[in-house]
Design a protein around this ligand. Structure first.
Ligand code: LLP
Length: 430
């Protein structure tokens, strides 16, 4: 059986990555467990680096997609910057050794404490605050002035384009809460002198996630380029960078996402040398899923089988608290047995469900699985490297899974499984 992942596949009948059998990891670490391949993170990063090499660029990994500090460190050491959305992510990036000059802070609501933390980091503060509204700009200005600093800023432009993705992960339409419209940006720029704590350097966009065609991105890039050119007419100093956000989709099932080479060519077309801009721009991108999505799987163990006349239910030990994407977005994740011989025999319509007390706790509906799969057999839920563990919760008081990283033919635990004591940490009996 072939599975649609470049870095995971069957070797001698056992699902493996980089020569390491996932069953061996599950045996040692237990289940549920997230297993990542370092090479699978690094390969798309290198592709992006190659595609943008003619440009002054910074690839900022969207830490929200996978925030384990070992993953942040892996990518930082390979040259990536970080796109952060909270003080917590900033703390993680710092712990992982990332320098502030390679960090951008996105997000629709930043607190003053978070702003202060980012302004003071590594003396110079972070590379950019991607500011989402005029009220946020005023607050950031106040915090910066009080600290006698200047906040380097990009304004987030809402280009009003339809990303044609799931409505929950579409962000570039006028009706979405994100960013500022062209008029609002122009007005802010007129009032910039009133903000002595702000150093406006760039414009950012992010129109949505899991984009399967480049057309909406091209539309957004064209609108962004226009806004940059307009603003440069008014500003005393031209803008020095654009931040194009993330969003390039990956293959979960049968989708054919755009190639990274084509994506980079599009970036070059609007912001590279080919664009013949009067003032050259540094280009930032913020890929999350592109790097993390197919770099990880969630391995789970079958707890038992329920037979019904129409179909069977396989109850597994991972739940919606461990991987919420199917419950939240009805998203598809491939599921395969670790043991290849169980992929073929006596297939029957099956639902793969978790133990959580919600009907939404279901990873697959009416898919064909072998009737021989039984208690103790293990399955891998594929493409779970992005927005998997980072969205996991303790719902139903379930300790969150362990995380394991495979690199150069070896594996190591990069996050221990939570214990029962971890569950009640900080709680008070009286
Ligand atoms: N930059 C900004 C400002 C973002 O809001 C996001 C994602 C990214 C970059 C990274 O986007 P990516 O390259 O991963 O598409 N939980 C959802 C996805 C939410 C995305 C939120 N923003 C899911 O599981 O599909």
């Amino acid at each position: 059986m072939t599975i649609p992942l470049q870095f995971f596949g069957y070797e001698k009948g056992r699902l493996s990555t980089d020569g390491v059998s996932l069953a061996e990891i599950a045996h040692e670490v237990g289940t549920p467990v997230y297993i990542y391949s370092a090479e699978a993170f690094l390969s798309p990063l290198r592709e992006l680096q190659k595609g943008l090499k003619d440009l002054d660029h910074l690839i900022c990994f969207a830490v929200k997609s996978n925030s384990n500090i070992a993953i942040i460190k892996l990518l930082a050491e390979a040259g990536a910057g970080m796109d952060l959305v909270s003080g917590g992510e900033l703390f993680r990036a710092k712990k992982a050794g990332q320098h502030a000059s390679k960090m951008v802070f996105s997000g629709v609501g930043k607190t003053e404490a978070e702003m202060k933390m980012a302004l003071e980091l590594d003396v110079e503060g972070i590379f950019s605050f991607n500011v989402e509204s005029s009220h946020e700009l005023a607050v950031l200005n106040g915090v910066a002035v009080a600290l006698k600093r200047k906040a380097k800023v990009a304004l987030r432009f809402n280009p009003d384009v339809d990303a044609k993705t799931h409505p929950y992960i579409s962000t570039g339409l006028k009706k979405n809460k994100f960013g500022m419209q062209r008029k609002e940006i122009q007005e802010v720029v007129k009032r910039l002198e009133g903000y002595p704590g702000i150093d406006l350097r760039g414009i950012s966009i992010h129109i949505g996630s899991q984009l399967l065609t480049l057309a909406p991105l091209e539309d957004a890039f064209a609108r962004l380029q226009k806004v940059v050119l307009e603003l440069n007419e008014e500003l005393p100093r031209p803008l020095s960078f654009v931040d194009l956000g993330g969003g390039v989709g990956i293959r979960y099932d049968q989708e054919v996402p755009p190639t990274l080479a084509k994506y980079c060519a599009l970036v070059q077309k609007y912001f590279g040398k080919k664009a013949k801009l009067k003032y050259p721009l540094k280009v930032l991108i913020e890929p999350g899923r592109t790097l993390a999505g197919n770099a990880g799987v969630l391995v789970t163990e079958v707890l038992g089988r329920k037979q019904r006349t129409q179909k069977d239910f396989l109850v597994v030990d991972a739940g919606m608290n461990d991987l919420i994407r199917p419950a939240l977005y009805e998203s598809y994740h491939g599921i395969v047995p670790l043991n290849e011989t169980l992929t073929k025999k006596n297939l029957r319509k099956t639902n793969i469900v978790g133990p959580v007390c919600e009907s939404a706790d279901c990873f697959a509906t009416d898919r064909l699985f072998s009737t021989e799969l039984k208690k103790g057999d293990r399955l891998a839920i594929l493409s779970a490297g992005a927005y998997g563990m980072s969205m996991a919760s303790n719902y139903n008081s379930r300790p969150r899974p362990a995380e394991v990283l495979v690199r150069n033919g070896k594996f190591r635990v990069i996050r221990k499984r939570e214990t029962l004591e971890d569950l009640i940490r900080g709680e008070a009996l009286e």
